[in-house]
Design a protein around this ligand. Sequence first.
Ligand SMILES: Cc1ncc(COP(=O)(O)O)c(C=O)c1O
Length: 382
Amino acid sequence: MQVPFYRHSLSPENAQLVAKVLETPFLTSGPIGKEVEAQLCEYFDVNHAKLVNSWTNGAVATLLAMDIGPGDEVIVPAMTFIATANVVELVGAKPVFIDCDPDTLLVTPDLIRAAITKKTKAVMPVHIYGQMCDVRAIKEILPKNQKILIIEDCAHTFEAKFKGERPGTYSDVAIFSFYATKNVACGEGGAIITNDANLYERLQQAILHGMSAGAADRFNTGQYKHWGMEHLGTKANLPDLLACLLPEQIKTVDKRLGIREEISQRYESALMNTKIRVPKVLNDRVHSRHLFPIYVGGKSRDKALVALGEANIGATVNYRSVHTMGFYSNKYGFSGNEFPSSLSWGNGTLSIPLFPGITTQEQEYVIDVLVNKIDKMIGENK
Ligand SMILES: Cc1ncc(COP(=O)(O)O)c(C=O)c1O
């Protein structure tokens, strides 16, 4: 049997949605994107939403809109995808890495507090794998005499909740990814949500080179209007050709979450009596079950990846600790031993298939290989 790491749920029928866009004058951002933005405002109960062409470009635009740049520091977890730190570098600011909780892999208020300096301009909690950080507690520990913005990295979550509340409730801004494998996906894409009207105003410009009016808006009175540019921006808007794939997925994301939860719980109970460890799921939050990472230990991880490959099971690594990447260790002189929880998890983890279309037979096969092959490979000394 062959089990891919991921199989998306879009079908050739979705081509009709793209065909409809081709009938309109604007192939780029236009009326469909605006409808999706309204849908996002309703789903997250926020005032403003902006579609972007990736989490990464949306985050660069956000940092530009916040005037974060050289001389500024942004606190980021070491246990995340490199993009979280890279965007800080891209605007010329310094990512200040912190460790994570060893059980949940989430950043905690205490870890953040210890990393704050006079140069700190923002903190980027990552809801890793789909479980939300306690953003409310993070907000409470931020100094009252210094403006530190909270940017939620929601690349792994759309439908998660913390004590009944969705992303965007306690932060200044939350940024999502609609990359091909995400729970809501359109190939490449993302969205930014905020309740801050001034920030939204700046964001609209920051995603379009800093221009004061987008292509559609420049013509909407029927008369050409000049635009200006007061601040530097990038190009991060999402075209309607991709935005059209989103409305139906947003409508049905909570239904698919039920399936993701069932699959995840089946893995969890099957692995309970093995040496394989999984991140702790906290019972005061709804986990969006984006990825299913397991910990097999640093000595076994690469062998386990080979064994899974030989068994035709798609597996990947989410993630090696960012501070061990050559760019960051060279630039900031990390020895590699910093951030022990992130380091240990990053050296010993791998992710197994988790997607709503996985069949029971496929999942049973993955479980069989994990329990009867991978677990046996794990030595005493993980
Ligand atoms: C935690 C995290 N942040 C940011 C990103 C970047 O998202 P995008 O590919 O939409 O730029 C990813 C991508 O997988 C991610 O996992």
